[in-house]
Write a protein that binds this ligand. Structure first.
Ligand code: PEP
Ligand code: MG
Length: 325
């Protein structure tokens, strides 16, 4: 499949209307990095850091993590990598952490909640990232932020580590971006000041969708029931786009839907300019983006929303069939 799109690899994802969409890849292993070149991705929009913690029987050492992160940055050769700090919950249990049984782990003590309650691991991970980045730009994002205070506490922890590195005379990152993942509906309605404070927002569509529809993403009986192209969800995503536009906050989308061509062009049509997806999706998404007038698609999506259409998929699919060149 990759070879079918090979001729597109070095071409931009520029739509018929002239808008260019920035396509990035998701990764989680050093072994994923060769795909950065092969896929034509502009960077790593989501580097999941859980695996290095899950494959061990002890907490990894700071130096060991720093070496891995430095390897990732080296392999990215100057392209941006957004490191997502540890997102574990009681469903992804670390063998060396005391397990607290929870009835609803996805809504439980996970990600930034756990990190802030047990700051030792997060602090160590942030130190490893800073050491790995010496002299290079660094982008860090915190998962599952539900309210601004969580972001602020984690950000201040990172800034304190920067000061510590400075005091130790270590080389600091050349540039530091600190972002939040928007994965809970609450964060979309945070005060404007939050949108001004974050350096960027990345929508974690997998979690955001599960909490928007109250439908467990792990539960086969309900997980396919709700569509990203549902009118209510699309209206909600448009609200996020508008709020970020008001404050000029860079916005991206990194859930699985970003890698599905019809969903991807729909996201682009409502204003997402950066999408991050599995490497194999970059070719197919780029192929469709280049054949679509995103402005016209956006107008059609808005008109369907205004007309009260429940699920936009039939209209979008029909429109694409008639309007792609
Ligand atoms: C998401 O929730 O969309 C996301 C990108 O994070 P994860 O799938 O790792 O929860
Ligand atoms: Mg998530």
């Amino acid at each position: 499949a990759q070879s079918r799109y090979a001729s597109l690899r070095d071409k931009p994802a520029t739509a018929r209307c002239g808008t260019t969409i920035s396509l990035h890849m998701n990764a989680g292993l050093m072994a994923d990095l060769p795909s950065l070149k092969g896929s034509g991705a502009e960077g790593v929009g989501l580097f999941r850091t859980e695996l290095q913690f899950l494959v061990r029987s002890n907490v990894p050492k700071r130096g060991e993590l720093a070496r891995i992160y430095a390897g990732v940055m080296d392999a990215a050769a100057g392209k941006r990598v957004a490191f997502r700090t540890l997102d574990i919950g009681s469903d992804k249990v670390l063998p060396y952490m005391k397990r607290v049984p929870e009835p609803n782990p996805a809504m439980g003590w996970r990600a930034i909640r756990l990190a802030l309650d047990r700051p030792g691991i997060l602090r160590m991970q942030l130190q490893a990232l800073l050491r790995a980045a010496r002299g290079h730009p660094l982008a860090v994002m915190f998962p599952f932020v539900a309210e601004p205070s969580e972001f602020r506490t984690a950000r201040d922890m990172l800034l304190a580590e920067v000061e510590r590195e400075r005091a130790l005379g270590h080389v600091l990152p050349q540039k530091l971006e600190i972002g939040a993942m928007l994965e809970t509906p609450s964060l979309a309605f945070a005060p404007r000041s939050f949108f001004e404070e974050v350096d960027f927002i990345s929508v974690g569509g997998n979690d955001l969708k599960q909490f928007f529809f109250a439908a467990d993403r792990e539960n086969e009986a309900v997980r396919r029931r709700y569509d990203m192209l549902n009118g209510s969800f699309m209206r909600f995503l448009m609200t996020i786009v508008e709020r970020c536009a008001e404050t000029g906050t860079p916005l991206s989308f990194c859930g699985e839907d970003a890698g599905r061509p019809i969903e991807a062009v729909s996201l682009a049509a409502i204003g997402f300019r950066t999408l991050s997806m599995r490497p194999a999706s970059i070719g197919p998404v780029k192929h469709l983006v280049r054949r679509v007038n995103l402005r016209e698609l956006g107008e059609m999506i808005r008109a369907e929303c205004d007309a009260g259409t429940d699920n936009l998929r039939p209209a979008i699919t029909a429109w694409l069939a008639a309007n792609t060149e």
